[in-house]
Each structure stands twice: as C-alpha cells, then as structure tokens.
Design a protein around this ligand. Structure first.
Ligand code: C2E
Ligand code: MG
Ligand code: MG
Ligand code: MG
Length: 287
C-alpha cells in the first residue's frame, strides 16, 4: 500500500510526483486488493463489417465485480488505476484473460474474430511489454494477427522511444494497432501520420451528432477521408441508430460497433448472440 501513496506518473510528457487525496488512496488500496483477488471479468462487444454484416471482432472491456458494491464500470476506476500505476498489473490480467477466452472459442465466426484490448500508455511505456504480449500469445495459442491493441491518442503524446519501440516490435510480430477515441484528447495529425496503426476508431462524441449537425458531419467526414487516405480501416464506435449507421456506412467506414448491434456481453451471452444470428441467416436464406 505504501508503494502507491506517492505515485510517479506520466502526464503531458512529464513525470509528476503526486500524493493522492485520501479518498483516492482508500480506493486505490481496494483496487490493489481487487487485483490480487482477481475480482475482475471481461465483457465483449461485437464489431461488425459494414459491407458484409459479418462479425469481424470483439472488444474486450473490463468490469469490476465489487464484493459489496456490485459491478463497477471502468470509467470509475481506470483513472485511479492509471494514477497509481495499478493499470500495469490490471492490464496484464486483461490481456491474458482476453487472449485465453478468445482462443478457446470454437464457433466458426468467433474462432476467426479478432479481439481488441485497451492498453494504457503506462503499459505501452513499461519495460518488457512486448515480451509479455509474446508470452501471452504463446501460452494461449492465439495468432498475433487476431490481437488488436487499442491505444488512445494520449498514449502517443509521450512519443518516447520505449513506447515507439514497443509499437514497432508489436507490429513486427503481427499484432494490429487501433487508435481509439480519435478526435478527442490530444488530437495530433502527426500521430496519425507516424503511428503504424491499422484501425482508426472515430470517437462516439462525433457520432452522437450525425447525421444532422452540420459541424459534426464536417469533422466526422474529414476524419474518415483522412484516415482512409492514410490506409487505416475506419471503425465507427458508439452507433445507436439506423440513421447514424446509414450515414457512417455512406462515408465509407469499414466497421461498426455500437448498441444498435450489440452491447458488451459476457462470453456466454456472446456465444448465444452469434448462434441466434447464424440461425436467422440460415432461416432467411431458406425462405
Ligand atoms: P472505449 O475503449 O472507447 O470502449 C467503448 C466504450 O463505449 C465501452 O464502455 C462501451 O460499452 C461503450 N459503448 C459502445 N457502444 C456504445 C453505444 O452505442 N452507446 C454508448 N452510450 N456507449 C457505447 P465501457 O465498457 O464502460 O468502457 C469505457 C472505457 O473504459 C473504454 O472506452 C476504455 O477507455 C476504458 N476501458 C475499458 N476496459 C478497459 C481495459 O481493460 N483497460 C483499459 N486500459 N481501459 C479500459
Ligand atoms: Mg477501446
Ligand atoms: Mg473508444
Ligand atoms: Mg472511450
């Protein structure tokens, strides 16, 4: 516990020493215990190919099953996990659990689906991250090409050599990279140009307002065109309505993820969801 009272962390490219306020400190020690007790589980949200309607991947998202407070969503704890550095062991657990679960899926569509894992800039920056990924892939038997590492733009702000080395090494072994929540945070077109990314995820805050809001349409369509010219595949995230889906498909987005298609679900619910879709496709092709 003492180790997390004063925490060294990275923000805006600078190393800070920070003393956490008492309420965060208490929360942080609970979080530390939760990691030791593995009180976390993953849910999976489908990602669909706009053109074929087929499942192409799932995003693994962490949940905390708190013994007293029930399920706690990541927005409530990822921030403290990052401030304390606990995100490193937590993220290691996520990566391993995600690869383990996905590599065991037998259904033909799920057995080919990619898995996207959110990785914090602290993990990317940490010594031995690439080696850890290699080890997890070897232990779980998951093909490197099926793993997509999602990084937010803030991960590139540091652009330190350790992070860049890890990115290049991950690319070399075949792991895919996605830039998450693009357009918010520290947007910088140089990152888009220089990062060896495969997927660009347009942030939900833009998607909320399209079609209809002219200024959001302008930004969204410009991001899609720019991303495509840089040979990214474009993922529209947070799509909730048919109108949004039609608009984004029309712009040329490749993939879509959102409540319109499916919410994040347990592994078991995902398997049922896939089976139900396959049954549907079968019965509509028979009639
Ligand atoms: P994200 O990586 O951008 O993940 C997408 C978030 O948007 C998820 O929230 C998902 O449930 C939500 N979402 C997807 N479609 C829709 C939609 O149509 N409408 C709305 N309103 N929301 C939608 P979630 O699971 O609460 O995660 C929030 C954030 O927490 C994630 O955003 C990610 O930044 C972070 N996070 C989640 N799991 C992990 C993890 O394992 N490691 C790290 N470092 N961060 C994580
Ligand atoms: Mg993500
Ligand atoms: Mg996102
Ligand atoms: Mg987000």
């Amino acid at each position: 516990i003492v180790s997390i009272m004063t925490t060294t962390y990275y923000r805006k490219g600078v190393v800070h020493e920070q003393v956490l306020p008492p309420e965060d400190l208490a929360f942080a020690s609970e979080l530390e215990a939760a990691i030791a007790h593995e009180e976390f589980y993953l849910v999976f949200q489908p990602q669909i190919d706009f053109n074929t309607g087929k499942l192409v991947g799932v995003e693994a998202l962490i949940r905390w099953q708190h013994p007293q407070q029930g399920v706690i969503p990541p927005n409530k704890f990822i921030c403290v996990a990052e401030l304390t550095g606990l995100i490193v062991p937590m993220g290691a657990w996520v990566l391993k659990a995600a690869c383990q679960q996905v590599s065991s899926w037998k259904n033909i569509e799920l057995a080919n689906a990619k898995v996207s894992v959110n990785v914090s800039s602290l993990q990317l920056h940490s010594e031995g991250f690439t080696e850890y990924v290699v080890q997890v892939l070897r232990e779980t038997g998951l093909a490197a090409e099926r793993l997509v590492i999602e990084l937010t733009e803030s991960a590139f702000v540091h652009s330190d050599s350790k992070s860049m080395e890890n990115l290049q090494a991950l690319k070399r072994i075949g792991v895919k990279l996605a830039i998450d929540d693009f357009g918010t945070g520290y947007s910088c077109l140089a990152y888009l140009r220089d990062i060896p990314g495969d997927y660009l995820k347009v942030d939900r805050s833009f998607i909320n307002d399209v079609p209809g809001k002219e200024r959001s349409e302008a930004v969204t369509s410009a991001i899609v065109v720019l991303g495509k010219n840089l040979h990214y595949q474009i993922v529209a995230e947070g799509v909730e309505t048919e109108a949004q889906a039609d608009y984004l498909k029309g712009l040329g987005c490749d993939f879509v993820q959102g409540f319109l298609y499916a919410k994040p679900m347990s592994e078991q619910a995902l398997q049922q969801w896939v089976l139900a879709r396959q049954d549907n496709a079968l019965s509509s092709s028979e009639s």
